[in-house]
Design a protein around this ligand. Structure first.
Ligand SMILES: Nc1ncnc2c1ncn2[C@@H]1O[C@H](COP(=O)(O)OP(=O)(O)OP(=O)(O)O)[C@@H](O)[C@H]1O
Ligand SMILES: [Mg+2]
Length: 457
């Protein structure tokens, strides 16, 4: 359970937050002044501190500084007066994680806390990765049988000879990070693999995360801190969700890529970039360029070698070997002896759209392995999936012709339309054929093609 400390002299705010956050399953502590707050902080080492700037005994900024002296990574959310932009900016410069205005909007606070915890988790994981450098990820860990996947293996082999910048694109859960690690393993396995999620860290902090800062470059910078580019040494820096990076930071990153050197925030010394840069996105960067959200020049710099991972629904032949591979992993982790998945269930797997791709498959298998009573996973072991697929629902599609800024293809529109008619009419197959004006075999072919599960005769 994550721990939160609220430091505010307004008792009613403390009480409200305590009540609300406890209900949200956080362990909450409160303090009514700075001195007490600091004492409690040392005692309970909370993950997140919510800190009022105006306190009766000590200035909130001083407390912020003290908290960060105790723990450089602490996530502090400052509470500022509504129109006081100067304090808000200063809070960020001094190393607060974020700020919110009074009167407190509980939803906004909730989102900010979640973001802080996600960042904390990521930082811990990055540190973990630093320790073990990179677990042994080999090409054998990527399951893939079709021509598209084989092309990807070839590309990985090819770039193991050089240090070219690689852009990996694919829907969420398709294995972008896995591929990044395998690339790393093939080129620089004894050096660090450092992952940075560009969407999880607020912009002001991301710059110093990436490039580091010098002591005294801003009030919270009590020590020189090395950025991820430097920490990656001759290894790999993996910039995940690069599409989320702000235009401002994109400009800075572009300059670094052009010169292959940079300065730490507040510093003058040039630091060389030696690491291989691998970036990943689940959005189409080209589309973002068209929309003016991503710099075209940076796109070309990142896209020296590109790897486009197809979604699982476009490589259904991989489902079987993936299930076998994932089950053997799960058996090891959970001390189980699952032999496989029933044929009936396998059919459902082939028909499902897999919006969450391999991660979704993996999660479903883990859950099924936990609840199953036998050694073969059956329909009963996948209740949510069966529920989703019931009555031809297999993932309800919205009635839109544009998604993530691109027009749908004719096939996509056709698929959506067929699903819609099936869902909304509650008719049998013969009647559906009549409505759609197609023959029975044509309908069957289309159901098969789009993986629509439809059992009403
Ligand atoms: N081809 C594959 N063979 C075996 N396992 C895979 C494959 N692709 C992905 N996985 C597994 O699926 C899970 C998700 O992969 P990964 O985290 O690399 O995806 P991602 O594309 O980075 O996802 P996201 O966009 O959600 O961050 C991981 O456990 C990974 O090991
Ligand atoms: Mg990922």
């Amino acid at each position: 359970m994550a721990k939160i400390l609220v430091i505010d002299d307004d008792k009613s705010i403390c009480e409200t937050l305590e009540m609300y956050l406890t209900e949200e399953d956080y362990e909450v502590h409160t303090a009514f002044n700075g001195t007490e707050g600091l004492k409690k902080f040392i005692e309970i080492t909370p993950d997140v501190v919510i800190l009022d700037i105006r306190l009766p005994d000590v200035d909130g900024f001083i407390i912020l500084e003290d908290l960060r002296k105790e723990d450089e990574n602490v996530k502090v959310i400052m509470i500022t007066a509504h129109h006081d932009m100067d304090s808000a900016i200063r809070a960020m410069k001094d190393g607060a994680f974020d700020y919110i205005h009074k009167p407190i909007d509980i939803n906004e606070l909730d989102i900010t806390i979640k973001k802080a915890l996600k960042t904390l988790d990521m930082e811990q994981r990055i540190n973990g990765l630093l320790m073990e450098s990179c677990r042994d990820f080999k090409i054998g860990d990527i399951i893939g049988t079709g021509t598209l996947m084989r092309e990807i293996f070839k590309t990985i082999g090819m770039i193991s000879q050089n240090r070219a910048t690689v852009l990996i694109q694919g829907e969420s859960g398709t294995g972008k990070e896995l591929i990044a690690k395998v690339i790393h393993h093939n080129t620089a396995r004894t050096e660090p693999f450092i992952a940075v999620n560009c969407s999880a860290i607020v912009e002001t902090l991301l710059e110093s995360e990436l490039f580091g800062h010098e002591k005294g470059s801003f009030t919270g910078a009590i020590m020189r801190k090395l950025g991820k580019f430097e920490l990656a040494r001759q290894g790999t820096i993996f910039l995940d969700e690069i599409g989320e990076m702000s235009l401002n930071l994109q400009a800075k990153l572009l300059r670094v890529l052009q010169e292959m050197e940079f300065e730490r925030v507040g510093g003058k010394d040039k630091v060389k970039v030696n690491a291989r840069i691998v970036t990943a996105t689940n959005k189409s960067l080209k589309e973002l360029v068209k929309q003016g959200k991503f710099r075209e020049d940076l796109f070309y710099r990142l896209n020296i070698v590109s790897i486009n991972i197809p979604p699982l629904r476009e490589r259904k032949d991989d489902i079987k070997p993936l299930v076998a591979y994932l089950l053997s992993k799960i058996n090891l982790d959970l001390h189980k002896r699952i032999i496989g998945v029933s044929d009936e269930m396998m059919d459902v797997f082939y028909k499902y759209r897999w919006p969450g791709n391999i991660r979704e498959l993996e999660n479903l298998l883990v859950r099924a392995a936990v609840i199953t009573k036998g050694q073969v996973l059956e329909k009963e072991d996948f209740p949510e999936l069966i529920e989703t697929m019931r009555g031809g629902e297999g993932e309800i599609e919205k009635d839109e012709h544009v998604i993530s800024g691109r027009f749908l293809t004719i096939d996509e529109i056709e698929e959506r339309y067929i699903r819609k008619v099936i869902q909304e009419t509650n008719k049998n197959k013969g009647e559906i054929c009549e409505i759609l004006g197609i023959s029975r075999p044509t309908l069957e072919r289309k159901l098969e093609k789009y993986g629509i599960l439809f059992e009403r005769e």
